[in-house]
Design a protein around this ligand. Structure first.
Ligand code: HEC
Length: 154
């Protein structure tokens, strides 16, 4: 490869990197300007602070990120699937469309007797983060968080 060819290739690479950045920035603007609604980047419980914030489908606020960490640490995915799609346990993407927050907390705390769903009442790391866990799973269920493995927004 002569010097001219390499310079040309470098220029092409830089140009495509730059256009990727523009695309990413454009996407963020779209999400932010969509306002409330099912596809929104913020979902608020009536009158409260947003339940979760997400950009680009996977960059979440620190609290929601804690929810994801709790999910991983408690290994809920063993039964509910790495993408919450369900395995031995039901799909939580589906469940959280109908389950109330109270029922969610109660199920996680007390489990469901006679099933594989054991309670986590004695697991402090889960109970201390149950709101964040709910926010993360609700975001997944709403379809606003588009992949299970989220990252903390910068
Ligand atoms: C050992 C397997 C197992 C593990 C681990 C597990 N679950 Fe479950 N989970 C189940 C099963 C099975 C059910 C269905 C219980 C029933 O039939 O009512 C269930 C039900 C639930 C439900 C209620 C769903 C509905 O539609 O009513 C929620 C919410 C839930 N699990 C959340 C969690 C969370 C959060 C974790 C981790 C902290 C977790 N589960 C860990 C097996 C498990």
């Amino acid at each position: 490869m002569n010097a001219r060819t390499s310079a040309l290739l470098l220029a092409l690479f830089l140009a495509s990197a730059a256009s990727r950045q523009v695309a990413a920035a454009g996407n963020e603007t779209t999400v932010a300007s969509m306002g409330p609604g099912p596809a929104s980047s913020q979902v608020a419980a009536a009158g409260d602070a947003p339940l979760y914030k997400v950009t680009d489908g996977y960059k979440v606020d620190p609290e929601t990120f804690k929810g994801f960490q709790t999910w991983r640490a408690a290994a809920c995915e063993r039964c509910h699937g790495p993408n919450q799609e369900g395995l031995v346990g039901p799909s939580l993407v589906n469940s959280l469309k109908v389950l109330s927050k109270d029922d969610f907390v109660k199920t996680v705390r007390d489990g469901r007797s006679g099933t594989a769903m054991a309670g986590f009442a004695h697991v402090e790391s889960v109970m201390n983060n149950v709101d964040h866990l709910y926010a993360y799973l609700k975001g997944r269920s709403d379809g606003a968080i588009t992949r299970a493995r989220v990252e903390r927004a910068q």
